[in-house]
Design a protein around this ligand. Sequence first.
Ligand code: SF4
Length: 188
Amino acid sequence: MGVRTWIDSWPVYRQLTGTDPLGRGAAARSGRSERLTPRTATADRVVKSVCPYCAVGCGQNVYVEDGRVTQIEGDPDSPVSRGRLCPKGSASLQLTTGDAREQQVLYRRPHGTGWERLGLGEAMDMIADRVIEARRAGWQWEVDEARTRRTLGIASLGGATLDNEENYLIKKLFTALGAVQIENQARI
Ligand code: SF4
């Protein structure tokens, strides 16, 4: 009996003799993993999202508990990825909550050799100042006596994981500013 118990605790034996020949379920489960509760089981809600890493745009389920993201998994409802994520997408929980995630604005001045921290308000003001200045510097009322009223001083290049709504707002904003160079990675 003792020998039998030892063999039963051996995953390969369970895989070869049990109901899990591929070793992806009961055969691979240890005593410790039997006692673990998946983070997905205790989540308050699940938010649909899209992996931010690359242009494939795999669907993700983001599990939230007490207002904090606790797990991110592939979304089986996504027609793009059907529940799958590559290793990068599978690690997006780290990207979201890991210690390496920067929580503050970092700025490196022209000719600077290091990063300095800025407040978000200050950084937003600096961006706005630069947009206004570049728009004015590149403004063209007319070209070859034809009215253009445009600026070549600013342009927009969107990432492929921007969603429809974000692309719509970006297009509206930049067109209102007079930019004509508005592109998206997904079309290149
Ligand atoms: S899971 Fe991988 S393949 Fe899918 S969007 Fe993210 S990085 Fe791209």
